[in-house]
Design a protein around this ligand. Structure first.
Ligand SMILES: NC(=O)c1ccc[n+]([C@@H]2O[C@H](COP(=O)([O-])OP(=O)(O)OC[C@H]3O[C@@H](n4cnc5c(N)ncnc54)[C@H](OP(=O)(O)O)[C@@H]3O)[C@@H](O)[C@H]2O)c1
Length: 249
């Protein structure tokens, strides 16, 4: 079995790669940091392949697909992503567009292209890494929250189409709360609640994927957020999120 993992150079993606390696999977790892990718290839050994790519560039997304398309990928892990903190009118536009290109466009393209391949043989797995942020509007992290809403909604629609076709293809959306990775460093904030480990999130996400479950909500607090938000009026939820985000400063 072979998996393509995006954002494999650190955090949740690296933990997913480690976990899959332990389960005996062959890996194709991607990220921008070639030095780290080379180290990982050496560490995993065997049939591990790497491809350096900036997935906020559309042509690089297609480059990764072209590299993989004849390699019989069984599992696509769309994990690469980052967040931007700040008031919407103050955050940098170019950075935000790059984030949207990575968090949404790259995931969208790879999901479609691999899904088409998986449908030809009626098998395959897709693990899309969203966030508990995808269930809410996110003042002070508006575009990031919106991008993760897209990931959940897109994945959910695909899940329903596959279910109606009685397809053997499995799609899972992984929605962690705070995880102890480089994510907050890049967003320039601190944690406002205690984070869980990337290893725990990886194990939980893969377990739910192989069980054929759509939602992977690691930790009790993410389950409470995901289901509880349905019963809270939008304005109140928005105010709560604002306060949680502000506490990160
Ligand atoms: N940490 C959290 O609290 C948390 C919570 C919920 C959801 N998530 C989601 O989990 C996913 C992984 O984040 P993480 O927490 O593991 O953060 P991380 O440690 O910063 O890892 C991000 C990964 O994405 C890759 N990446 C970033 N920009 C890229 C680009 N332009 N092109 C290709 N790869 C790129 C990075 O690799 P290179 O630097 O080598 O490119 C890195 O491997 C993200 O989608 C994030 O939204 C994180």
């Amino acid at each position: 079995m072979k998996a393509l993992v995006t954002g494999a150079t650190s955090g949740i993606g690296k933990a997913i790669a480690m976990n899959l390696h332990r389960r005996g999977w062959d890996l194709i790892l991607t990220g921008r940091n070639e030095k780290v990718l080379r180290k990982l290839r050496k560490y995993f050994g065997g049939n591990t392949e790497i491809i350096t790519a900036d997935l906020s560039e559309r042509k690089e997304v297609f480059k990764v697909y072209d590299f993989c398309k004849d390699k019989n990928i069984d599992l696509l892990v769309n994990n690469a992503g980052y967040g931007i903190f700040g008031k919407f009118h103050e955050t940098d536009l170019e950075n935000e567009i790059s984030m949207i290109d990575l968090n949404i466009t790259a995931l969208h393209i790879l999901t479609k292209l691999f899904l088409r391949d998986f449908r030809k043989r009626d098998s395959g797995y897709i693990l899309n890494v969203a966030s508990v942020a995808g269930f809410m509007t996110g003042a002070l992290m508006s575009s990031y929250y919106a991008s993760k809403n897209y990931v959940i909604r897109l994945s959910s629609a695909i899940y329903e189409e596959l279910r109606r076709e009685k397809s053997n293809i499995k799609i899972t959306v992984l929605c962690p709360g705070p995880v102890n990775t480089d994510f907050n460093n890049r967003a320039g904030v601190d944690f406002s609640v205690k984070p869980v480990s990337a290893e725990y999130v990886a194990e939980y996400g893969l377990k739910k994927l192989f069980q054929g479950k759509f939602f992977a909500l690691p930790s009790l607090s993410t389950k409470v957020c995901a289901f509880g938000q349905r019963f809270v009026p939008e304005r109140i939820l928005s105010a709560i999120v604002y306060n949680v985000q502000k506490a990160k400063l």
